[in-house]
Write a protein that binds this ligand. Sequence first.
Ligand code: GL4
Length: 857
Amino acid sequence: IDTMIPLQSREIWKKHGVKKFEDADEFQSKFIQHVETTLARSLYNCDDLAAYQATSQSVRDNLVIDWNKSQQRQTARDSKRVYYLSLEFLMGRALDNALINSQDGTEEPGVQKRERIKGAIDQLGFKLEDVLEQEPDAALGNGGLGRLAACFIDSMATGDYPAWGYGLRYQYGIFAQKIIEGYQVETPDYWLNFTNPWEIERSEIQVPINFYGYVDRSGSESGDSTLSASKWIGGERVIAVPYDMPIPGFKTENVNNLRMWSARPTTEFDFAKFNSGDYKNSVEQQQRAESITAVLYPNDNFQEGKELRLKQQYFWCAASLHDIVRRFKKSKHSWEEFPNQVAIQLNDTHPTLAIVELQRILVDLEHLDWHKAWDIVTKTFAYTNHTVMQEALEKWPVGLFGHLLPRHLEIIYDINWFFLKFVESKFPRDVDLLSKVSIIEEASQERQIRMAFLAIVGSHKVNGVAELHSELIKTTIFQDFVKIYGPSKFTNVTNGITPRRWLKQANPKLAKLIGDTINDPQDDFLLNMSKLTELAKYAEDADFQTKWNDVKQFNKLRLADLIEKLYEGEDVINRDHIRNTLFDIQVKRIHEYKRQQMNIFGCIYRYLSIKKLLSEGVPINEVEKKYPRRVSIFGGKSAPGYYMAKLIIKLINSVSDVVNHDEEINNILKVVFIPDYNVSKAETIIPASDLSEHISTAGTEASGTSNMKFVMNGGLIIGTVDGANVEITREVGEDNIFLFGNLAENVDELRYQHQYHPKPLPEELEQVLQVVESGTFDGDFKPLVDSIRHHGDYYLVSDDFKSYVQTQSLVDDVYHKNKKEWLKKSILSVANVGFFSSDRCIQEYADEIWNVEPLNN
Ligand code: GL4
C-alpha cells in the first residue's frame, strides 16, 4: 500500500504514460533511442548484434506495456489462474516470434506488422534476416518435453488464459554438439554471454529456500505426531530470484509471464565461520548456491538420480509455490477456495515435490488440519505423464532424500500411510497390491520414493500425451491405480504444436501460399486451423500443385545452404537435381528406442544394393530408376553418458563419409549428419522435408511432436504405429502416411521370442550387419551389432527391418513415378493437420482438467 503513488501525483504519471510504437517511423525512433542510450552506441558503431539488441529492446518495450496491462487485468478479474510447472522450456529464439505475434488484425491487407518492421530495419541499414540470426537459442530443455512446454505457453497466451509458466533460469542450456572425427563432443552453451533483452530481472523479489537441517517437534502438542505442525530447521539457505520473460499471444494484447528462478547466495553472515577465521571457506560455500541453477541436466527419457538435480527440483518448486501462495493470499480468499483460484499442472514428475511443499505450507505454516490440507492439495494438482520407459521413471533413495529434505520425507511417509490405509479399506488383505502401489518401494537394495506414484496420489487428474500412450499407462505402469481410483482419474490430451512458430515463422512461403489460396490475408488460419480444410479442394489442381512444389523446392534450397555452411563449403547436396531428390529426414534426440540405428542400417542397405547393381554392370542411369535420388538427413543430440546413442552418431557419420565420397554412385545417395540440432535449425530443416522418419519401437514413443511439425509443413511420414502417429493417420487418412512394422500389442511376445526362441536374422539385415562388422565404416560398432545379434534385440530392429525397407521402396515409387499423387498427399495432409494445434490442446486442458476460462476483454 505504502508503495502506491499519492492521488495528487497520479495525473502527472498519466500525462507521461508510456506508449507503444505503432508504425515504422515510431519503431525507428525507439530503435535509435535504444542504440544511443541502452547500448551507449551510435550510428558509427552499430553492428548486426547491436541492431538485434536495439530491435529486441524496442519490441520488448511494447510487450512490457501490454504485459503490465495483462497482469493488472488478471488481478482485477480475480479469476482462476493456471500455473504450468516445467523444468524445461525449450524456447528457441524470441524476436521473430514476437514480431509475428504482434500482428493484431488491424493492418491494411497485405502489410503485416512484421513486414513493416522489416522495411523499417532495412531503411536503418540492416537486413532483418541477419539481425534475427544474431539471437542465441534459449535452449533450456532437452527435446520434445521442453519444446511442448514452450508451445503450450504460446497457446495459453494466445487463448487469453491467465496462465504462468514456472521454470529455472539455467546459465547453461543444453550443450552445443560438435562432431569431431564422427564422434559427438559436448561444449558448454553459455547462452547469457550478451545481455538477454527478453528477461526482466526482479531482484526486489527474494525468496529464501532451505535445505538439509532437522525437524524440531518440541513445540507440537502430541510430541511425536508428524501430522500436526512441525518445525523444519534448515541447515543451508539460498535465495531464489525470479527473471520474467513476457510471452505474447497472437492477435491479442494479452501477454503472459514465464517466470524463471535463479539461485543466489544469502547475504546472511555466518558468524561461526567468521569467528573460526575461515573466511575463504565461507565465501566458497556462498558461491555453491549459484551452482543450483548453473546447468540443465542433459538427459532425455532418463533419470540420473544426482543430489544436485533433486536440489534444483526443490529450489524451483519451493520458490514457485511461495509465489503462488503469496499471490493467492493477496486476494483474501479463504483456504477452501484455493483450488478454485489455482490450478497447477505438473509437466512430468520433475515438479512432484510441489505437492509435498504445498502440504507442508498448509500444515506447518498455516496450521490447517492434515486432511483439510490434503483435500486442497489434491484438488489443485494435475500430472502429465510423458513416458513409459522404465529408466526414465523418477525414483529417489530415501537416504539421500531425507538428508536434503527431512520434513518432506516425513510428509511423504504420512501421505503414503493414509493412501495405503485407503487402499486397504477398498481391497482388504491384498498385501500384494499394497506393496505394488506403495509410494515407497521396499524391494530394492535401498528404499526408493516413486515420484510418479506420489504424483498420481497427489493429483485429481493424470493424463498421457497421445491416445495410444494414455491407454498404455492405464494397462501397464499405472494399472493398479486404475483399479484403486477408477478409470476416470486417467485421461488423454494429445500433444500439439504452435502453428505460429512451426508454420508461419518456420515456413513463411507456405503460410503465404495458404493465406492467398484460402483468401485469408490476415492469417486467421493460424488461430482457426479448421480453415485449412479449404485446401483440400485444390489437392489435385495442377496449378496449385506447382506452386506447392515450388515452395518445397525453395525450402530444400534453404536447407542445402545451411548444410553447405555446416560442412564448411563442401557441396554435399547437388542443387541441379534438387527437384528430383527426395529429402528424407530424421531429427530428434538420439535414442535406441527411436531407432536411428534402423534408419542408418536402411541407408547402408540401399548403398549396398546400388553397389551390387553397378558391380553387375548395370549402368548408373538404370540403377537410378530402381534407387532414385535421395538424401538421408540425420540430426540430434545424445545424452553425454549414453554410450550406445553415441555409437549410433559415429556410425551415421562414418557411413556418410563412405557414401558421400563414393564417386561411382554419382550422388544418387547422400547421407548427412547435421551437427547441433536445435530449435532454430529445426525451423530450417522441417519445412524442407519430403519424408520424415518416426520409427520408434511400437509403444515406446509417448507422442512425438516433430511428426506434427513435419506434416504441418507438407512432409509425408514413414512411421510405426506409435505415439501420435496413430492420430495423425486418423486425421490425414491412411493413404497419406507410410506405416509399417509390428504393433505395440505384439512387442512383449516378440521380446520373449528373442530371448527364448531366437531365429536367424532377415537376410537384408544380415547383409548390413556383416558389412558393418567387416570394418567398411570407420569405428568399432560391435556393441551395436551385438545388441541385435546376441542381446535380445530389445528394440526389435530385426522384426521391423524388412517391412521398413519395403515401405521405403514404396515411398520411392510414389515420389518418383507419381509426383502428382505425392503432392496430393502432401496437400491433403496439411488440410487435415488442424487437430495438432497446441491451441486445441490447451483448450482441452482448460476445460477438462484446469476448469479455467479465457479472459476475454
Ligand atoms: C517425451 C516423449 O518422449 C515424447 O514422445 C513426447 O512427445 C514428449 C512430450 O509429451 O515427451 N517424454 C520425455 S521424458 N521426453 C519427451 O520428449
